[in-house]
Design a binder for this molecule. Structure first.
Ligand SMILES: Cc1ncc(COP(=O)(O)O)c(C=O)c1O
Length: 441
């Protein structure tokens, strides 16, 4: 085995990954792109350090990560407190599912009951199985249509089963849950049950203030991934104003998470700062406006997404059944992929009875610089790919040109002073022996 060759191949693969990312458009609603500035943290020594302290005190046990730990305690956590209005924020979970595991384990003990959202209603596919593995009894709530929970049934379920926790987890959702109404429905059945809103999918819309803050709506806690609609690194956090919840989460976290990927937290802190400095609320508004514009443009081209009667979407997601146009979803997705447009094919979207369909999302398009005005053209490129009215190569060239014609207005400009600092930092990491780039020789 020639390991040098394998290593060269791996670096070539990563170069291909990077090059493709710059020439393609990703409409996968659970993905996003984080800025080069936010990614710099992963190149630093922070990536290899532990940090156990909650503040500056206590960093002595593991002193090597102290400066990066300062980024956690003085940037990431304060900015999250500011954006969430929460007194307590825990940034230790590695991802949305990890935050879910931590929260379930903190707020429900083996044998107790937890109510979650039925996956046929858009609830996350893993929640019930995960709850079961933790020894919890899991009940699931559905709804009268694919977009709303049955709140009367929720109250009845709460009265009958007195759950420790109601965990609101929407993964496939076109219209964000009315969390205030869900909290009221739970309270009508029990004063003891806690409510957690897992807003992994809509985190950027919540932090951008476009969707209501779940804590203001009556949830005891909320949290989720920071890499779906929020344009940050793959991490997650939990936020609460309830001291009891914060203590329970902190105690469970102490037992369940040691390495919490300190560089990821530093990256999150940088992404949060960029979000604030580059109009996070404007980003959130543009993501939803772009999704609605893309829905309307696809419909005008004869490919109407679901929920036309409701304006297609109230968030970043669109669901597109291509079969009425005579093309099945896997074929449509493969043709889009050849044309440089990435989408999900899913067979568990609510209301589609197991039929494979495309799940689209506009968050990453906005992060990389597109807006609602670009959506008719993007819809035309998508329609041409799905209907095969142009060659994939020709469409891919137009997709790459569109991608390259836009620069993100929701990331700091490359001439910002922070980028100069980052460039100096990268130079110190690779050292003076770094050869000049091929083009510069
Ligand atoms: C509601 C919800 N919770 C948890 C997750 C899992 O998040 P992650 O992939 O960051 O672990 C998802 C992912 O789609 C989600 O929608």
């Amino acid at each position: 085995m020639d390991v040098t060759q394998l290593l060269d191949g791996a670096l070539r693969d990563l170069a291909v990954q990077q090059d493709r990312a710059q020439r393609t458009i990703t409409l996968i609603p659970s993905e996003n792109s984080s800025s080069a500035l936010a990614r710099v943290a992963y190149l630093t020594d922070a990536a290899n350090r532990y940090f156990f302290a909650d503040g500056d005190d206590g960093a002595r046990r593991f002193p090597a990560g102290r400066a990066a730990g300062h980024v956690e305690t003085h940037l990431a956590v304060p900015l999250l407190r500011h954006l969430t209005g929460a007194a307590h924020v825990n940034v230790r979970p590695l991802s949305g599912l990890h935050a879910m595991t931590l929260l379930l384990s903190a707020l429900a003990s083996p044998g107790s009951t937890v109510i979650t959202v039925d996956p046929r209603q858009g609830g996350h596919y893993a929640t019930a199985a995960l709850a079961k593995r933790l020894g919890l009894r899991c009940l699931q709530i559905g709804g009268p249509d694919p977009y709303h929970l049955d709140l009367e049934a929720l109250t009845e379920m709460v009265i009958r089963h007195q759950p420790a926790l109601v965990y609101l987890d929407i993964s496939h959702g076109l219209f964000p849950l009315n969390i205030a109404a869900a909290c009221a429905a739970v309270r009508a059945g029990s004063s003891a049950a806690r409510v957690h809103a897992d807003v992994s999918h809509t985190m950027g819309l919540v932090l951008g203030g476009l969707l209501p803050n779940p804590l203001a709506e009556g949830a005891h806690s909320f949290g989720g991934s920071t890499h779906k609609t929020f344009p940050g690194p793959p991490k997650a956090f939990l936020a609460t104003n309830d001291a009891g919840v914060a203590t329970a989460v902190g105690a469970a976290q102490y037992d369940m998470i040691s390495s919490h990927h300190l560089a990821g937290v530093c990256s999150l802190g940088i992404a949060l700062a960029e979000f604030i400095l580059t109009d996070g609320p404007g980003y959130a508004r543009t993501v939803v406006a772009a999704a609605q514009a893309l829905g309307a443009a696809l419909a005008a081209a004869g490919l109407p997404p679901q929920a036309a009667e409701l304006g297609y979407t109230g968030c970043h997601q669109l669901w597109l059944d291509t079969t009425p146009a005579g093309i099945d979803a896997p074929t449509a997705a493969a043709q889009l992929d050849d044309a440089g447009i990435r989408v999900n094919v899913l067979d568990d979207l609510p209301g589609l009875a197991g039929k494979p369909a495309l799940r689209l999302g506009t968050a990453e398009t906005v992060t990389v610089g597109l807006d609602a005005a670009d959506m008719p053209y993007l819809a035309a490129l998508m329609t041409a790919a799905i209907r095969s009215t142009r060659t994939a190569t020709a469409i891919a060239a137009d997709v790459a040109a569109l991608r390259q014609a836009r620069t993100s207005v929701h990331q700091l400009a490359p001439d910002a002073s922070s980028y100069r600092r980052a460039a100096d930092l990268v130079a110190t990491i690779f050292g003076p022996s770094l050869p000049a780039p091929a083009g510069a020789r």
